[in-house]
Design a protein. Structure first.
Length: 159
């Protein structure tokens, strides 16, 4: 199967780096029913870590952030790629961007253990639209349908 590429919004916040901080953040996301396409956490200083959140629904993430008094930076844009795990699976994607002189500023990927992979890549914001065109990213494709996530949303007010 050729790779399928989606654009995805992401946000980040910086929090104190302490045991359980990531766990508490993920508990809050779950309690507020914010589904994630991806999540990343890494240190950015002696006592600070950055949480990078790729929500399935940015509106729900924004509501959770306001409810919790959390300051989010974003939206920023990334590409999420998925396809069959085979030798050289990422080469065509990288080659297209390289030929267009678009630099990948960061990326991360993993195989799913069942013959597939997921890959997140970031380009400079000024290159995002051009990268989207070079990669042939379709904006009319629903990520929710293709990521097979079932989600339910409460509509009652939180107490």
């Amino acid at each position: 199967m050729p790779a399928t590429i989606y654009s995805a919004e992401y946000y980040y916040t910086t929090v104190r780096d302490a045991p359980g901080q990531g766990c508490r953040f993920l508990e809050t996301l779950a309690a507020e029913e914010v589904n994630l396409l991806a999540f990343n956490a890494f240190p950015v200083g002696k006592d600070t870590m950055q949480l990078v959140i790729y929500p399935l629904n940015s509106v729900w993430l924004g509501r959770m952030a306001r409810h919790e008094g959390l300051e989010l930076t974003g939206p920023h844009h990334a590409f999420i790629v998925h396809g069959d795990d085979e030798l050289g699976a990422l080469l065509e994607i990288h080659r297209k961007l390289c030929d267009a002189e678009i630099n990948i500023s960061s990326s991360n990927g993993i195989t799913d253990g069942r013959g597939g992979y997921r890959y997140i890549l970031h380009v400079h914001p000024a290159d995002f639209s051009r990268a989207r065109d070079v990669l042939g990213v379709r904006e009319d494709v629903s990520t929710a349908a293709d990521f097979h996530l079932e989600f339910h949303r409460r509509f009652e007010a939180k107490s």
